[in-house]
Ligand binder design. Structure first.
Ligand code: FES
Length: 554
């Protein structure tokens, strides 16, 4: 947590200060939401989207180390922080002239391959054009090398949110010392449990058949210390995140998810977002309004707006726009206004603002279940896949349990689902009420919304996948060319292949393909979930490889 002491660092050569404990992004946001990267293909300025280490909107180079997420790196005195390839700055990138010469973007995915003897030259050019930073300096690469961390635990819990912490407390009460792994920068301890903070679990293979330490969970502790944990049981409580939304200019600096708005606003009304349009009409919108408070200028929702949101907005005198399409944002370099339209064909109108906060849809992080081979089911109420569970929270994989949002539980039952999963792991009965699940049936609210939105005029480039600059039009073109299903369209267009691992584009792609193919989302399928769940430093994996060599079976 930030304190009063100052740290001095440099940002793009200029002396800058941060309060002790602040991340680079928090420090740069003192003067408003910064634009720190440009997009890889179209040279569009980009800003932070998620604020919690999931997107590619805040990648910087720190002390020679490339692609560091500014929202996850706490400032140290003397840090030298630079942007990636944009020159002279991400907001005014002169390489943007290429946009004029190549209006469809330079196809670095399929081009630049022949003749083969020019491969080295091509790679240098592509790297320069790609918008990501160059390789690490030799000093930075050396500094990353560290011995791996290999541990054992009877039960490992992935995620220290309300559900994960409740599970840990229940196991401690039963006399266990569970190991809790969490990505958070500021995670409070659970008394009696072991905590591995700033640690990202990236790979959970199916359990081995020989019992004992059935699971091997692999990941890294920031910046790059690999870990491998042998465990008898795993409780996954990885929670959820706020989804992106497709509209014109959705990749502009100033468009943030509710996760990002909350992370950047430490106290009500105190943050870089001064005139925010909140998109969403449910619980998450209510939470966002409470935090942004008088910085909210309008609430827009794809459907109806719930009474608690109406009440909060009315208390602040904020106008409400239920059943409204968010067509686009204006502003070349950052958001200046939103263009809205009532659903069913209303006249377009504008609301002036400096930011759009996406608080309409919360999705789970289910990747570890896919990797472990758990049976998954589509829950139309959320428009996402969740593990198939017993009421107790057990998956189809023996020894693997789910708790909280990622299990498909809603409301106050998130915390009790942690206790329930812990009891299931212990084989003990739990006599609380059955949890409330996200409805399994029914179309997600956005299916009809996108049908209406994408059927209308769409001037300019609509970016579907900000990491790789894949356009909505390219996904539609893939469909016209005969490609079917998410996995195939992903391979053809590159959608979902960027550093966010598809979190911010594949859910929308799935809904769009379902509409185009005239099938339900589960019929359209999903991508094969391959490790890592999060981008993992090669230094961490390389060290683990040696550690595993010759490891005796438990
Ligand atoms: S804003 Fe830092 S990763 Fe998304």
């Amino acid at each position: 947590m930030a304190s009063g002491t100052e740290r001095r660092f440099s940002w793009r050569g200029r002396p800058t200060t941060a309060r002790d404990g602040e991340t680079i992004l928090e420090a740069l946001a003192h003067d408003g939401l910064p634009s720190v990267v440009r997009s890889p293909r179209y040279h569009r300025p980009r800003g932070p989207l998620c604020g919690v280490g999931q997107c590619t909107g805040c990648l910087v180079r720190v002390n020679g180390r490339p692609n560091v997420r500014a929202c996850r790196q706490v400032v140290a005195s003397g840090d030298v922080v630079e942007n990636g390839n944009a020159w002279p700055s991400p907001r005014f990138d002169l390489l943007g002239v290429l946009d004029t010469a190549f209006p469809s973007g330079i196809d670095t995915l399929h081009g630049f391959r022949r003749p083969a003897f020019l491969t080295g030259l091509y790679q240098r050019v592509v790297r320069r054009l790609s918008g990501y930073s160059g390789p690490p300096s030799p000093e930075a690469a050396r500094a990353l090398a560290s011995a791996p961390d290999v541990r054992t635990a009877t039960t490992v819990i992935v995620g220290a949110g309300p559900a994960g912490r409740a599970a840990a407390r229940a196991l401690v009460d039963a006399g266990e010392r569970p190991l809790v792994v969490d990505r958070g920068l500021r995670v409070p301890e659970v008394p009696g449990a072991e905590l591995l903070a700033r640690s990202t679990a990236t790979f959970l293979p199916p359990p081995s058949a020989d019992g004992g330490w059935a699971f091997s969970l692999v990941g890294f502790t920031e910046p790059a210390r690999g870990f491998a944990i042998r465990a008898r049981r795993v409780i996954v409580a990885t929670g959820g995140y706020d989804a992106a939304l497709w509209f014109g200019g959705a990749d502009r600096p100033g468009v943030v998810t509710a996760d990002g708005a909350l992370a950047l606003t430490p106290a009500p009304g105190a943050g870089p977002l001064r005139r925010a349009v909140v998109f969403g009409g449910g619980d998450r919108a209510a939470t966002t309004i409470d935090r942004l408070h008088e910085s909210v200028v309008a609430v827009v929702a794809p459907g109806e707006i719930r009474p608690e949101v109406v009440r909060r907005a009315s208390d602040l005198g904020v106008p409400l726009y239920p059943r409204t399409l968010l067509r686009s944002v204006t502003g070349r370099r950052r958001v200046r206004s939103v263009r809205l339209e009532s659903r069913g064909g209303g006249a377009p109108f504008h609301v002036e603002c400096d930011s759009v906060v996406l608080a309409h849809r919360r999705l789970p992080h289910p990747q570890l279940f896919f990797q472990a081979g758990a049976r998954m089911r589509w829950r139309g109420g959320a428009g996402a896949y969740f593990p198939e569970l017993t009421d107790a929270g057990a998956t189809s994989v023996p020894g693997l349990f789910a708790a909280g949002t990622v299990a498909g539980v809603v409301g106050d039952d998130v915390a009790t689902s942690g206790e329930r999963a812990a009891k299931a792991a212990l084989g003990a009965p739990f006599d609380g009420p059955a949890p409330r699940w996200i409805p399994a049936d029914g179309p997600a609210e956005l299916e009809g919304y996108y049908r209406e939105l994408l059927g209308g005029p769409r001037p300019g480039r609509w970016v579907a996948c900000p990491c790789e600059d894949v356009l909505v039009a390219e996904i539609e073109e893939a469909h016209r060319a005969g490609y079917r299903g998410v996995e195939v369209v992903k391979r053809y267009t590159g959608v979902g292949t960027g550093l966010c691992q598809g979190r911010y584009c594949l859910p929308e792609t799935l809904l769009t393909l379902a509409r185009l193919e005239g099938r339900t989302p589960p019929e359209v399928g999903y991508i094969t979930q391959r490790p890592p769940v999060h981008p993992t430093p090669l230094a961490a994996l390389a060290a683990l490889r040696e550690e595993f060599a010759g490891e005796p079976a438990p």
